[in-house]
Design a protein around this ligand. Structure first.
Ligand code: AHR
Length: 495
């Protein structure tokens, strides 16, 4: 048995968690929209064609904000193709995913879907083939109350109230050669700044996200981030970060993804702080980690130019759910800086929710850690001082085998602790020292573990990978508990 210790103190505050940390993402990609959230012929479809079985699972995740319409898709998308009477909309070639886009869902329908899901829209504008003026027009269509060409068009299209979209992304991954009309950092920086000026003139209440590097693998990282921020520091509110992990053969490396994500956040924050100092700005740039996940299927043989092809439909295992839990801890531990994040994506495409066309809906293994952290990782994030043995990785050096995060809810006095145990051979005895909280009682211990790391949920066996109850351990403000080997844990304490 391994041993670890974790001290959590009410006064060791990271920050109040912004609920937007638990955002997600729906792109016009594969079956995310068509036969994902929208399928008019489905038995559960509502009057707008939205699948209510999917909506229900989305609501249960308590996702506060959903990024739309892309992703790579947005850089060749004309948002005006998605407005007006649905029957008259154009079918277009989508360059990003080499698919046919039928435009049956556009910004009006998506805003309605978000309202039904209890989420806000985070809209991305096209800074590939699109112009700064297109972006201004789209914002005017969405947020201007009435009395102008674009706002009156929205009203004519059935939405008398503005959508009031508060967060906007200035393009997507504009550093990537795969992006439609990719740009250099300086060219993107100028285009983003001029677009931002128009957008903040149209609606000064919005917040804007500029594209950071598509990931640390880019040759231009982190120089891209510096140059872009030097052009946009005054106008931007967030810089974006994107990062996907996969099991490339070493389980140790894969489990340590949380440690790599930690370093990535520190580097982008440091780069932004350098620009802050250089600009003599009082503003600290927030981070929007608006694409993160485990992702395997990058390329797939398929018939080009089909509608809603079943692409990037990764199926997730227990191991993926463990890695995913570690990443959630990292986001929470940086929530003073990472004020917003989007799990990429939400339905069918690299997603926790998986549908059959015309049929059932399934919770993938990653659904559960996301739901637990989204529901209970709110309130005040507290620093966890954790001592645990380290394990060796070839990519990231020696990494602690226990990753933790904690939140405190000042209203009901509850404390939630999340813990990933990466030890592959032995259980770990964890002493949780809640010294400053007085007498507390463990109310719940939920565990995800199992004999088969590669087990997945299927329609035939839907609960193969799901949390189970652990033992409730007595103790006033210091409890000794067991983290099974290779497990994801959530502890809840109350008065
Ligand atoms: O989420 C899938 C894709 O990953 C997005 O379209 C793109 O932004 C990223 O490369």
């Amino acid at each position: 048995m391994k041993r670890a210790k974790c001290i959590i103190d009410k006064d060791y505050v990271i920050a109040e968690v912004d609920p937007k940390l638990y955002g997600s993402f729906i792109e016009h990609l594969g079956r995310a929209i068509y036969s994902g959230i929208y399928e008019p012929s489905h038995p559960t479809a509502d009057e707008q064609g939205f699948r209510q079985d999917v909506l229900q699972l989305v609501r249960e995740l308590a996702v506060p904000i959903v990024r739309y319409p892309g992703g790579n898709f947005v850089s060749g998308y004309s948002w005006t193709d998605g407005i007006g009477p649905v029957a008259g909309r154009s079918r277009r070639l989508d360059y990003a995913w080499q698919s046919i886009e039928p435009n049956q869902v556009g910004i009006d329908e998506f805003a309605d879907w978000c309202r039904k899901a209890g989420a806000a829209v985070m809209a991305a504008v096209n800074l590939g083939t699109g112009t700064p003026q297109d972006a201004g027009y789209m914002l005017e269509y969405c947020n201007h109350p009435a009395g102008t060409y674009w706002s009156d068009l929205r009203i004519k299209n059935g939405h008398s109230e503005p959508h009031n979209i508060k967060v906007w992304c200035l393009g997507n991954e504009m550093d990537g050669p795969w992006q439609t009309c990719a740009l250099s950092a300086a060219d993107y920086g100028k285009k983003a700044r001029e677009t931002a000026k128009i957008m903040k003139w149209v609606d000064p209440s919005i917040e804007l996200v500029v594209c950071g590097s598509s990931g640390p693998h880019m040759a231009t990282y982190p120089e891209w981030d510096r140059v872009v921020l030097e052009h946009t520091y005054e106008q931007a509110d967030y810089i974006s970060m994107h990062r996907y992990y996969e099991n490339e053969g070493s389980i140790e490396n894969f489990l340590a993804s949380f440690a790599d994500m930690n370093e990535f956040i520190k580097t982008v924050a440091a780069t932004a702080d350098y620009v802050k100092a250089k600009a003599r700005s009082p503003k600290t740039m927030k981070i929007s980690f608006d694409e993160w996940n485990v992702w395997y299927i990058k390329k797939q043989t398929r018939i080009p130019w089909t509608e809603a092809p079943a692409i990037l439909e990764d199926r997730y295992s227990l191991l993926d759910a463990l890695v995913f839990g570690g990443m959630l801890c990292t986001l929470l531990n940086h929530c003073d800086r990472v004020r917003m994040a989007c799990l990429a994506q939400l339905v069918n495409v690299i997603a926790p929710i998986f549908t059959e066309k015309g049929g059932r809906v399934l919770k993938q293994a990653t659904y559960y850690p996301f739901q637990q952290v989204s529901l209970y990782g709110r309130g005040t994030a507290l620093k966890t001082l954790t001592e645990a043995e380290k394990f060796t990785t070839t990519l990231y050096g020696d990494v602690p085998s226990v990753q933790t995060a904690a939140t405190y809810n000042g209203e009901d006095g509850s404390i939630t602790v999340f813990a990933l145990n990466c030890d592959m051979k032995e259980d770990t005895e964890l002493v949780l020292d809640l010294r400053s909280f007085g007498s507390v009682t463990m109310r719940e211990h939920r565990i995800m573990d199992g004999p088969d790391l590669f087990a997945q949920n299927t329609f035939a066996a839907q609960d193969t990978v799901a949390p189970r109850n652990g033992s409730i351990v007595a103790g006033r403000n210091k409890v000794t508990t067991i983290l099974p080997k290779l497990s994801w844990n959530m502890f809840r304490f109350g008065r």
